[in-house]
Design a protein around this ligand. Structure first.
Ligand code: TNX
Length: 539
């Protein structure tokens, strides 16, 4: 015993480095079936080839090679035959992926000398690619070469999603995100198999998408004003920094659609109608008819820009033909630019629109979308309108679940779930986040709130088969630019990704936190901001 009362051997224990933590297979979202084979891992070779077997394997194989080249510094040529040493084989074709899960399922096998990804579709293979990335050391996310041993543990995985829709919404209207920032958002989310990019393109504070002039234009509207005027404004509210102004040209939008597609994501554009239209009224004088809100004051020809965060004070005029002419043209233009099947018409918080007027306008807009060959999506306020039978989607955020159930059961609608308490990322995730709402949770909406809910049983009277999936929503009142956006989104967006992907009986928060603990390092290496949630044992 020493004079301090402990033995020498205890000193030795103190001085010994702590045992390294048990390795964690940090796969998020958790795959349906994982068999760890143990033994020798796969090691990437400097001459490894990525073999694209089948024409449809080309895109996911190229994607994988592009993902692995910067950090590994290897050439990783994509070839169609000739496996060579330690190949990564991507095989896409009918019947290659798990049966019954053709759209997005995949099989991944990692063996000491060969990796194989097999899927029935390119998007299925892409999901396998995202899983494989998480099996390599975190430095694989580096944008420049890292001298590391690129091993991946030997595993066999069969995997597919619980829900078809695992979305992320970006509010580019309150504060704009240039194309490069949208791409960064896509990059970060695609890693977790998020497959829908919902762009909230218009709101009271700004109009972010170029709309061309129509062939016939009874009201003589100059549609270029929407972006020349409406693209030059944003949130101005005191107490936060002003929002970023700007808009997407048609070429910008096409590039976002292309890039999202390459990442397995379908773009869902939203034109918010008939409320949230101050920017449209401010930009286009012809929309300022007698029944529009806010009303013109004497001497005004268009309503002033209002950059505050108030909601529900603006409305189009149900009695004015120009309203329908405008909406029809804008929706047609957006439909023509959008290869995906969905067009979102908002429909939320039209507090100053008389109910009958709301129904009249929304019915016209949903019919217009149907006529354009797209499936209409709207926030749950529109659930009670005459939705196209069997061809409409209700996105729930807050309010009446019974109305959602009615739309599903009577009109054959499908549901996307974005309950504010479980998916709204501008809500504070921790009291250390100084900005952020607290209304959805009556306090903080922590990572656990975003994880611990079941979309399959969320709406009473609605079967899981009528739920398309889940969506995380990044509203933009106070969030500025992609860095802040990520700080608010992550890691809660990853919780939403797993809620949408993994079977309910394979999900538990403790297991999720443990797997997430090794994702922090990956996000850091990839340059993705995240909030260091207190109850995750980050390592
Ligand atoms: C409600 S959610 C809104 C948005 C706000 C959001 C957050 C929804 C459909 N409408 O206009 O940005 O709350 O404050």
């Amino acid at each position: 015993w020493s004079t301090y009362g402990y033995s020498v051997s205890e000193f030795e224990i103190w001085d010994r480095p702590p045992a390294p933590p048990k390795p964690v297979l940090g796969l998020v979202p958790r795959p349906v079936e994982v068999q760890e084979q143990g033994g020798t891992p796969y090691t990437l070779h400097k001459n490894t080839r990525v073999v694209a077997a089948g024409r449809d394997a080309r895109a996911p194989a190229e994607y994988l090679a592009r993902a692995l080249r910067p950090a590994t510094g290897h050439r990783l040529p994509v070839v169609t035959a000739g496996e060579g040493v330690a190949p990564i084989v991507v095989e896409v074709g009918p019947g290659k992926g798990p049966a019954g899960h053709e759209d997005e399922g995949y099989r991944l096998s990692v063996a000491p000398g060969r990796i194989a990804i097999a899927a029935s579709t390119p998007n299925g293979a892409l999901n396998g690619v995202q899983t494989l990335r998480q099996l390599f050391p975190q430095w694989v996310e580096s944008g420049s070469a890292v001298p590391a041993r690129w091993t991946a543990p030997a595993v066999t995985i069969t995997d597919y999603p619980r829900f078809a829709h695992r979305g992320m919404m970006l509010d580019v209207a309150r504060s704009f995100y240039p194309v490069a920032e949208v791409k960064a958002a896509v990059d970060a989310a695609a890693r977790f198999k998020i497959n829908r990019l919902h762009l909230h393109l218009t709101d009271d504070q700004g109009w972010r998408i170029a709309v061309g002039d129509p062939a016939t234009n009874p009201s003589g509207i100059d549609y270029g004003l929407l972006t020349r005027v409406g693209g030059a404004t944003a949130m101005t509210e005191r107490g936060t920094e002003p929002g970023i102004t700007g808009f997407y040209t048609k070429a910008d939008y096409a590039e976002i659609v292309r890039y999202a597609g390459e990442n397995g994501m379908t773009v869902i554009p939203e034109i918010d109608l008939p409320g949230h239209v101050n920017s449209a009224l401010h930009s286009v004088p012809q929309l300022n008819t007698a029944g529009a809100q806010p009303r013109l004051k004497p001497g005004e020809t268009t309503v002033p820009h209002n950059g505050t965060g108030s909601v529900g004070y603006s409305s189009l005029d149900a009695a004015a033909p120009v309203t329908y002419e405008f909406a029809q043209h804008v929706l047609a233009e957006i439909a023509a630019m959008t290869p995906g099947p969905y067009l979102h018409i908002g429909g939320d918080e039209a507090h100053v629109t008389p109910h009958a007027d709301y129904v009249k306008m929304v019915d016209a807009f949903t019919a217009a979308v149907k006529g354009l060959g797209k499936t209409v999506v709207g926030w749950n306020e529109y659930a009670g309108t005459a939705l196209p039978q069997g061809d409409a989607v209700v996105q729930f955020w807050n309010g009446s679940l019974a109305a959602v159930a009615k739309a599903v059961n009577e009109r054959g609608a499908k549901a996307i779930l974005s309950p504010a308490a479980n998916t709204y990322v501008p809500q504070k995730q921790d009291s250390r986040q100084l900005q952020g709402g607290t209304w959805a949770c009556g306090g903080v909406c922590g990572l656990d709130r975003h994880y611990n809910w079941d979309p399959g049983t969320y709406v009473p009277g609605v079967a899981e088969s009528s739920v398309l999936g889940v969506e995380s929503a990044l509203w933009g009142e106070f969030i500025r630019r992609i860095g802040q956006a990520q700080y608010y989104s992550f890691p809660r967006l990853i919780a939403t990704a797993e809620v949408g992907w993994t079977p309910q009986n394979q999900r538990d928060y403790a297991g999720f936190s443990t797997r997430l603990s090794v994702i922090g390092g990956r996000l850091t290496v990839a340059g993705v901001n995240f909030f260091p949630t207190a109850d995750v044992p980050w390592r």
